[in-house]
Ligand binder design. Structure first.
Ligand code: GTQ
Length: 370
C-alpha cells in the first residue's frame, strides 16, 4: 500500500502504521458520525490553512451597467413596499449569499422623490455613502441629515433609522453593513417602528456641532455606545482635508493622501465593526502594491483609475492579475490578501470600507506594503 493512500493528512516524516487499511478507518468514521463525531485529521489542513483560503473574488460594478437596473427597479417596486429598494453587490464567490466579501454586505439603494423607506432598527451596523443625486435624508435618533454626494453617514446598530426624499432628484447611495458578521454570530435582532418616519427632535447638524468641530461636550455623552456620535461626515470637509494634504504634506506611497473616519470620543473606528476611509490620488499617481487580510469594498467618488488586483498564489484566480478601469460611481472589491495597485488616470477620490476593526480586535490583521 502506498503511504499517501493511508495517510492523506499525515505530516511529512510522520510514522505510519501500514497494517491499517483505508476501509478500516472509513468504517470507524461511519460508525462515529451518528454519535456527532468526526475525525479532525481528515480536515485539519482545511481548518488551519497555511495561507488564507479566500472565496471572495475581485469584482467590479460599472455605474453605467448598474444604473439602468436601478431605474427599472424604481419603476417596478416602491421604496415602501421593498422596505429598502437595494440592489446587492453580490460577489461572484458568494452567489446567493448576499455578500460582497466574506464579512461585508454592500448594496446600492435608490430612493425617488417623495418616497419614504420606513423606520426600523437592527443589530447590524450600517453605513451610507452617497453616490448619486442630492436631497434625500437619513434620520437617526431624531435627527435628519440631508445627503450630498460623497457624504458618509452612519446608522449605528440598534438605532431607529428611516430614509426619505423630499428633494427633486432620485438619490442612490452605497449601503455597507456587517450583515454576514452578525449572521456568523447568529445574533441578529430587528424591529419595525410603529411610526413610518421617526419624529424629528433635533435640528440638522446638531451631532456634527457637538462632536465634529474637534471639540467635545463638557459632560460625558456617548449616544451610540461604541459607534461614533457623529452620524454624518460631510464630503466637503473630508475632501478639503485630503486636497490640502495631497498638495502640501506629501503622499503615502501605498495610499496617496488618505484619512480614516474616526470616532472622536475614542480615536477608534467610526463604526466598531467596519473600517472606513477616504483617499485622494493626484493625477498620474501610481501606488505601490499593498495587501491586507481585510477584504475591502471601494466606491469611486471622482476621477478614474486603473485598479490591478493580484490574488494570492493559491485558490481560484491564483496569481493572475485582474485589471479594471474604474470611473466615478463604480464599485469594486479587493479580496482578502490580494495585492492592490492603483494608478490614477486623473485626480481620483476613493471611499472604502473593510472588516479591519474586527481583525484587529482578534489580532489577526495582516498588512503588507511593497
Ligand atoms: O437601510 O436599513 O441595504 O436594513 C440592507 C439592510 C439597507 C437599511 C440595506 C438594511 C438597510
Amino acid at each position: 500500500m502506498k503511504r499517501d493512500d493511508v495517510h492523506s493528512a499525515a505530516a511529512p516524516g510522520a510514522a505510519i502504521d501500514a497494517s491499517v487499511t483505508p476501509r478500516e478507518r472509513q468504517d470507524l468514521y461511519d460508525r462515529m458520525r451518528p454519535a456527532g463525531l468526526t475525525p479532525l485529521w481528515e480536515v485539519l489542513h482545511a481548518l488551519v490553512p497555511q495561507q488564507p483560503a479566500v472565496r471572495t473574488r475581485p469584482a467590479h460594478w460599472r455605474w453605467s451597467d448598474v444604473e439602468p437596473f436601478l431605474q427599472d427597479a424604481g419603476r417596478l417596486i416602491t421604496a415602501e413596499e421593498a422596505i429598502r429598494r437595494v440592489l446587492i453587490l453580490e460577489n461572484p464567490g458568494w452567489r446567493g449569499e448576499s455578500r460582497s466579501t466574506g464579512t461585508l454586505y454592500a448594496g446600492l439603494q435608490l430612493i425617488l422623490p417623495g418616497e419614504v423607506a420606513p423606520s426600523h432598527r437592527h443589530t447590524q451596523s450600517a453605513l451610507r455613502f452617497v453616490v448619486d443625486g442630492d436631497g434625500a435624508y437619513t434620520a437617526v435618533n431624531g435627527e435628519r441629515t440631508i445627503m450630498h454626494p460623497g457624504d458618509f453617514i452612519i446608522t449605528p446598530h440598534w438605532t431607529w433609522h428611516d430614509h426619505g426624499n423630499e428633494g427633486s432628484q432620485p438619490v442612490v447611495w452605497l449601503d455597507g453593513l456587517d450583515i454576514p458578521v452578525v449572521a456568523f454570530f447568529e445574533s441578529g435582532f430587528a424591529e419595525n417602528d410603529s411610526a413610518r418616519s421617526q419624529a424629528v427632535t433635533a435640528a440638522e447638524g446638531t451631532s456634527l456641532a457637538r462632536f465634529g468641530a474637534s471639540m467635545l461636550p463638557l459632560k460625558p455623552h456617548s449616544p451610540f455606545g461604541a459607534t461614533s456620535p457623529i452620524f454624518c461626515y460631510p464630503y466637503a470637509r473630508s475632501r478639503e482635508a485630503l486636497a490640502h494634504l495631497a498638495a502640501h504634506a506629501g503622499l503615502d506611497p501605498a495610499h496617496g493622501a488618505a484619512l480614516r473616519y474616526v470616532n472622536p470620543l475614542t480615536g477608534g473606528w467610526a463604526i466598531p465593526t467596519i473600517a472606513t476611509q477616504l483617499q485622494l490620488l493626484p493625477e498620474g499617481f501610481e501606488t505601490r502594491t499593498s495587501r491586507t487580510t481585510a477584504g475591502t469594498v471601494f466606491s469611486v467618488v471622482e476621477g478614474s483609475a486603473t485598479v490591478t488586483i493580484t490574488c494570492p498564489a493559491q485558490g481560484p484566480g491564483a496569481g493572475t492579475p485582474m485589471r479594471y478601469r474604474v470611473g466615478a460611481k463604480d464599485h469594486f472589491v479587493v479580496p482578502p490578501w490580494a495585492g492592490l495597485q492603483l494608478s490614477a488616470a486623473d485626480e481620483c477620490v476613493l471611499f472604502s470600507f473593510s472588516d479591519a476593526p474586527l481583525q484587529q480586535a482578534a489580532g489577526i490583521l495582516r498588512v503588507q506594503e511593497d
